[in-house]
Write a protein of this length. Structure first.
Length: 335
C-alpha cells in the first residue's frame, strides 16, 4: 500500500512539474513572440478610434500585418495593464516593429505626425488656398484675421484636424514671435506699434530672400522713414493691384513685369504715391524679417536695386543708385 501511495505521489509530482515546465515553456515561447520583429515590408498607418478595446485593436493590427498573434497581444496587454491605456489616434507602424513596441507606442500615444509647410511671404489668400489644397485637412468656412497675422512655418497636425486648426496655431505663433521681437527692439526707431513692425517686416520679406540682406534692407527703409522719403517699394504696388490674391502661374503675382504706369495706381498701398507705411502688411513675414524690422542694420544707405546675382546693390546717394540701376538694366536686357 505504501508503495502505491509513493508511486502515486511521485506521479503527481511529475505531472505538476511537467505542467509547470509546460507553462514555463509556453510563457517563454509567448514572450519570444511578443518581442519578435514583424514581417511587414512597408510602413502601415492605422487609426485607433476612441473607446476601442484591446480585442478590436488586436484584430485591426493583425488584419494589417502589424502583429501575428492577436491572442498574445491581448494577453500581454492585460498582464502589463496596458490594455486600458491605449490612446486613440492615427499611428504609423514601421517594418520589423515588435508587438511589445506596438503596445508601448499605443500607450504613449505616439501618433503619426502629418506636416504642412507655409513658406514666408505668402498672403492670407495664398495660405488659405494652400491649406485647402491638402487632402488631409478638413475644410471649414472661416474668417481669417488681417493680412500678416499668421507665422510661416512647418506645422504638424493629425488626421481629422482642419484648416482652422492650423490657422489658429499660426496666429498664436505669430503673436509670440512678434511680442518677443518687440521686447528686444532697437531704440529710437520710427516704428511706434507692433502693427507697424509687422507692416515693415512684410515689405522686407517681399524685397529680399537673402538672409544676410534682411537687416540691411530694413535699415534702408528705416532711413527713408526718418527722412520722410517715399518708401518706393514695388511689392506694395503689386499688393495694391492684386489685394494679395495672387494667381501665380510661374510668371509672378501679376503674371507680368511691373510697368511704369502701375506706379501711378492710386492706392494707400502704393508707396510711390503715399509717404510712410501702407495701412496693413502686404504678406505674412517670417521670424527673421520681423527681427530685422525691429533691429535693422545701422548705415547711411537710402537706395537699393537688384544686382543680377540674386542680391542687391546699395547706395547712399541718388547718383550712385542711378549707376547701379543702369548696371541692372544692362544685365536684365542681356547686353
Amino acid at each position: 500500500m505504501k508503495s502505491f501511495f509513493k508511486a502515486l505521489l511521485g506521479g503527481l509530482v511529475l505531472l505538476v512539474t511537467g505542467g509547470i515546465l509546460a507553462m514555463a515553456g509556453g510563457a517563454y515561447w509567448g514572450y519570444k513572440k511578443f518581442i519578435k520583429p514583424n514581417n511587414l515590408k512597408k510602413s502601415v498607418i492605422i487609426t485607433i478610434p476612441r473607446g476601442a478595446n484591446i480585442g478590436g485593436v488586436a484584430d485591426s493590427l493583425y488584419y494589417e500585418g502589424v502583429i501575428d498573434s492577436p491572442l498574445i497581444f491581448k494577453i500581454a496587454g492585460r498582464l502589463t495593464r496596458q490594455d486600458n491605456k491605449i490612446k486613440a489616434g492615427e499611428y504609423e507602424f514601421a517594418p520589423h516593429i515588435s508587438m511589445k513596441e506596438v503596445l508601448d507606442k499605443l500607450e504613449e500615444g505616439k501618433t503619426y505626425s502629418r506636416q504642412i509647410t507655409i513658406r514666408e511671404g505668402l498672403t492670407n489668400y495664398e495660405i488659405l488656398a494652400l491649406l485647402n489644397a491638402s487632402n488631409d485637412l478638413k475644410k471649414t468656412n472661416i474668417d481669417m484675421l488681417g493680412e500678416g497675422r499668421y507665422l510661416p512655418e512647418t506645422y504638424s497636425y493629425s488626421l481629422g484636424e482642419s484648416n482652422a486648426d492650423i490657422l489658429s496655431r499660426m496666429s498664436i505663433a505669430m503673436d509670440k514671435v512678434l511680442d518677443k521681437a518687440w521686447e528686444r527692439r532697437a531704440d529710437n526707431l520710427p516704428i511706434k506699434t507692433k502693427k507697424e513692425a509687422l507692416i515693415l517686416a512684410s515689405i522686407i520679406e517681399k524685397e529680399t530672400a537673402i538672409p544676410s540682406e534682411r537687416k540691411r534692407v530694413a535699415g534702408v527703409f528705416i532711413n527713408r522713414l526718418r527722412k520722410g522719403m517715399l518708401l518706393q517699394t514695388d511689392p506694395t504696388v503689386i499688393y495694391a493691384l492684386t489685394k494679395g490674391k495672387h494667381e501665380n502661374d510661374g510668371q509672378g503675382p501679376l503674371g507680368r513685369r511691373l510697368l511704369k504706369k502701375d506706379l501711378e495706381y492710386d492706392s494707400p498701398y502704393n508707396t510711390y504715391k503715399y509717404a510712410g507705411l501702407p495701412p496693413t502688411p502686404i504678406c505674412n513675414p517670417g521670424k527673421a524679417s520681423i527681427e530685422a524690422a525691429l533691429n535693422p542694420e545701422e548705415h547711411e544707405y537710402i537706395y537699393f536695386v537688384a544686382d543680377g546675382s540674386g542680391g542687391h546693390a546699395f547706395a547712399k546717394t541718388l547718383s550712385e543708385h542711378n549707376a547701379n540701376v543702369a548696371k541692372w538694366r544692362k544685365i536684365r536686357s542681356g547686353r
